[in-house]
Design a protein around this ligand. Structure first.
Ligand SMILES: [Zn+2]
Ligand SMILES: [Zn+2]
Length: 430
């Protein structure tokens, strides 16, 4: 995996096919949503305007930037603000994946082996879980119940608590609505007295049966499914439910953890698998079969407006938790362990930003908001001497932005490459 080294390259977001699609087709799709796309992808969501606007501004110099300076050699450069949206922005999603992986290895995961578990549901149930967004959290909880019961039964310890981190993915290979759960699960669990008991193997067929039972029981309890439909789905030889749990990561293997977490956090759109067709109403979408090499599989032609609609349907309401922590890794359990160990380390999930304190001064809040948007290069490493760089100011006033960009002899219309002067403008690592 290529790390964020010291080679900064221009990102040029405006030149990506996703950017160009959203820039040209967002409004046309919005205009015909109710008639054309609502039956497939659900109601139009008010939050999409803001999400798309932020994506279109991500990494764009005219929207403002931070000044960062090297503490050692005093080298300075400017960093454009980022949108930080996992579902829409491939660049920010990659960052979020790395950020979450670092957080998990530093603050959440214990030094034991882990497995990736993937829980899927039948096609017939996917529209229900896709449209009723509140049910996505339920799906993660039912997956957790499945893991906990199976591991507890395996070692005859009813109170056994495995550790689990789950992410709901809502898209399939063709960016079609397909809610399913990806989870990183400890290969064993902890007893009440904090003793770890390994559970190296859990039968995936038993897991699939139990997960199916959990889902049906919930839906029946909530009167979201009829008994006839449950019987119909249960009678099929291939029920459509599946649980995979055979991808393992050894204790201490941080590289594999990061790769898995980035996979769990990947965005619906992979830029490597999307091509625009100049002069056409369609785009080319390369399937995943044959690996991620787009040259190895036959692409599918998808109507460009339908493609945009699929992408929009994946954007969740703002501030919805994407990552959930269960059992030994739950926020409550980790908080208790921190108190017990009297650890001075403050651990806050990157997916759960704390509510702003009412006492916080407005200026400080503004600074913090801006700081969170400086996301392009993390950590900020000096390209000249490798020392850590720090944010020393923000430029957000349109006149000042224009003056600096003009000074750096940049075009004012969506610059395409970073100016190189005494102050170097960076871009992201790829
Ligand atoms: Zn972004
Ligand atoms: Zn330096």
């Amino acid at each position: 995996m290529e790390s964020c080294g010291r080679v900064y390259r221009p990102r040029r977001p405006q030149q990506t096919p996703l950017y160009r699609l959203l820039e040209s087709l967002y409004e046309p799709v919005k205009l015909c949503w109710e008639e054309r796309f609502e039956p497939c992808y659900g109601f139009w969501q008010g939050c999409w305007d803001d999400a798309v606007a932020r994506y279109l501004d991500c990494g764009v110099w005219e929207e403002g930037f931070a000044r960062v300076r090297c503490g050692e050699c005093k080298y300075e450069m400017l960093v454009a603000f980022s949108c930080k949206q996992r579902e829409l922005c491939p660049s920010c999603a990659a960052k979020r994946g790395s950020e979450l992986a670092a957080f998990l290895t530093d603050h959440v995961l214990e030094d034991v082996g882990h497995a990736q578990w993937v829980f899927t549901i039948p096609k017939m149930l996917r529209p229900l879980f896709f449209r009723r967004r509140e049910l996505r959290g339920v799906l993660a909880r039912l997956a957790w119940h499945t893991v906990q019961k199976l591991m507890a039964d395996a070692v005859c310890e009813p109170q056994l608590r495995p550790g689990m981190v789950s992410v709901i993915q809502t898209f399939g290979d063709r960016i079609n609505p397909h809610p399913h759960v990806h989870a990183l699960v400890s290969r064993g669990g902890w007893t009440r007295d904090d003793r770890f008991i390994p559970v190296p193997y859990v039968d995936s067929t038993a897991a699939q049966r139990l997960f199916r039972h959990e889902v049906f029981a919930y839906l029946q309890r909530e009167e979201l499914i009829s008994l006839e439909r449950v019987e119909l789905l249960s009678s099929w030889r291939h029920s459509g439910f599946s649980v995979h749990n055979t991808v393992y990561v050894a204790a201490g293997d941080q590289g594999s953890i990061e790769a898995l977490v980035r996979y769990m956090m990947r965005p619906p759109v992979s830029l490597a698998r999307l091509r625009l067709l100049p002069g056409s109403d369609e785009v080319l979408h390369f399937p995943k079969a044959g690996g991620d090499d787009p040259g190895s599989a036959k692409p599918e032609r998808i109507d460009a407006m339908d493609y945009v609609a699929r992408v929009l349907a994946q954007i969740p309401p703002p501030r919805k938790h994407l990552v959930r922590y269960h059992g030994y890794y739950s926020n409550a359990a980790r908080g208790k362990r921190r108190r017990d160990r009297s650890s001075p380390v403050e651990s806050v999930s990157p997916e759960q930003e704390p509510a702003p304190s009412p006492e916080a001064a407005a200026l400080r809040k503004r600074w913090a908001d801006l700081l969170r948007r400086v996301y392009e290069i993390d950590p900020l490493v000096c390209p000249r001497c490798s020392a850590t760089m720090r944010v020393v100011g923000f430029i957000t006033q349109p006149q000042t932005i224009k003056r600096i960009l003009d000074h750096l002899q940049r075009s004012t219309s969506r610059p395409r490459s970073p100016p190189v002067t005494g102050t170097q403008l960076p871009a992201t690592c790829s």
